[in-house]
Each structure stands twice: as C-alpha cells, then as structure tokens.
Design a protein around this ligand. Structure first.
Ligand SMILES: [Zn+2]
Ligand SMILES: [Zn+2]
Length: 303
C-alpha cells in the first residue's frame, strides 16, 4: 500500500503508486545556488536522509475518471533498476492496478524512472492503452540505447511497431478532464498533466520540480534539468501539499489558474488549495504552513 493516500476530486480518484525511494546526495542537486540545507531539513525533515542526502521517490499516478476510464501518469522504473539503490522499496506496488483496463498512459518524459514501466519483458505493460509521449523527447532520446543513459526510449520502440504510442507536440485533452501541458526544461519534451473537475484541478508535475526547495523558491532549478533556464518553474510555480518530491509530485489547484498556467512564459501562476489528507513521511502540517509563508506571490496556498 502506498504511503500517499488517494485524493478525490469530485468523482475523480487519483492514487499514487510509490515504488520506493533512494537517497541521493544533496551536494549534486543545486549547483551554483546557495541553499540553506540545514534550514530546509528543519522545515521539511521528511524530504531528507541523514545529513547530506535527500529522499528521491519514484511515483506514478492512477487516475479513475467518472466514466470508469483509467489513465496512468508515468509508469515507474519497470525493468530498469532504480537510479540509486533503494533504501526502501515496495513489493509489487502495481498489484492493485488492472493493467488491461488502462486506456491511456501519459509519460511525462522518457527518463527510466518515469517511462521504464511502459514495456515489461519486451511487452506492453498496459496492453489496451495508448502511450502518449511528446515528440521533442522522442527525438531527443533517439540515440539513447545504452542502459547507462537511463532512458526508456529504446525499450519503447516496440510500442511504435504495435501502433500503441502517440507522439505529438501539442497540448491537448486526452480524456475528459485530463490535459497534457508541455513544460520543457528537465527534458525537451517534458509534460505535466492537469486533471480538472469543475473549478478544481490537480497538477501532476513529473520532474518539473525535483526538490522541495523549488516549491518555496520558484526560480531554483535542479541539476537534473537539461535546460535549467527552461526547467526552473519561475513564477509559474505551483505549490501546496508536498507528500513527497523527487519522482512525481502533485498539487491541488484551481481550474482557472491551471488553464492560464504557462511556466515557459514565466507569467502564469497556480494558486494551490490544500489537498486532502496525505499520509506518510511527507505529511507535515508544518511543511504546508511553511509553504504558505515562503511561497512567492504567485504561489499562494489557500486554505
Ligand atoms: Zn513515495
Ligand atoms: Zn527525469
């Protein structure tokens, strides 16, 4: 069972699949930026491990729509190993997901911890689903065939032959209330996913944000971003409850704000509302309170 409780937004349910977490070195994360790591650790202890590492979670999301349609956002590592050895892993975290019932798989980008689970043992992991990938990622990683690249592009080639992959460069609605939004920087074709119902929306960020500090400091970037200037969320940052960071995060927001959000322009913003209860190491009222104080003017948390 995932340490992150499901979120419900009207008739929509979003479950978080957690495959596990590994400890990564803080020293590698924010080159050239002055970060008060001791202060960050005190404010958000759940995000850190020991004195010099942080907890990188691998998350994916299973979205059940009112029609009964199931949409998966990111797919975990699949046959790939974790990027670093697990400190904790979850045995068969996908056990409760009926793979054959999934109709759409939205891959935020092609790094193996987000797209590795689209193909398992050479076969589509979701046999009746269309997998959606941005064209810029598909092109950028065309030559990534080495396991050390940690990219799932090559393993996904069989989806192309089977006609089970949609490679486009457009922002669009793939299912009622489920929108793709191009948010480049971490990778050229990185996408975020906005799920909306009525006036509410939930944003699934992929690796747009990698560290909890980025939610409080929208101008900061991660060393994992291929283009840091594009990758930093700037004023288009969103914030809210932070169940965990590092391998896919979610934020509750409003439909109106999400419709206008454009991190590339640096002018859009999302006003996040408090999400429902979130369990686990990321659950900390202090963390969310802190975000209310420290969020930029464009990053306001409503109660
Ligand atoms: Zn997790
Ligand atoms: Zn990534």
């Amino acid at each position: 069972m995932s340490h992150v409780q499901p979120v419900r937004m009207g008739p929509i349910e979003i479950r978080t699949i957690c495959e596990g977490w590994a400890a990564l070195a803080l020293a590698d994360e924010a080159p050239g930026q002055t970060v008060d790591w001791d202060g960050e650790r005190e404010r958000r202890p759940w995000a850190f491990f020991g004195s010099d590492r942080w907890r990188w979670h691998v998350h994916a999301f299973v979205v059940q729509l009112p029609s009964g349609m199931i949409v998966v956002v990111d797919t975990g590592v699949g046959d790939f190993p974790p990027y670093a050895p697990w400190e904790e892993s979850v045995e068969d975290p996908w056990a409760d997901v009926e793979a054959a019932e999934v109709r759409h798989v939205l891959v935020t980008h092609l790094h193996a911890d987000h797209a590795g689970g689209t193909v398992i043992g050479g076969a589509p992991a979701f046999p009746n689903a269309m997998v959606h990938v941005h064209e810029a990622d598909w092109s950028a990683f065309a030559g990534s065939t080495d396991a050390d690249d940690y990219v799932a592009r090559h393993a996904m080639s069989s989806l192309l032959e089977l006609g089970m992959i949609s490679i486009t460069d457009t922002d669009r609605e793939v299912a009622p209330g489920v929108q793709l939004r191009h948010t480049p920087g971490h990778t050229p074709g990185h996408r975020s996913v906005i799920i909306s119902h009525g006036d509410d929306a939930i944003l699934l960020t992929g690796d747009l944000l990698h560290l909890p500090t980025q939610a409080a400091h929208p101008g900061w970037w991660s060393s994992h971003d291929e283009d840091p200037q594009l990758g930093r969320p700037r004023d288009g940052c969103c914030c809210g409850e932070l169940p965990t960071m590092g391998g896919g995060s979610r934020f509750r927001t409003s439909r109106d704000r999400s419709d206008r959000w454009d991190p590339r322009a640096g002018s859009g913003s999302i006003t996040a509302r408090r999400a429902g209860p979130v369990a686990g190491p990321g659950r900390s009222s202090r963390a969310s309170d802190d975000l209310q104080r420290k969020g930029s003017p464009a990053c306001r948390v409503e109660s």
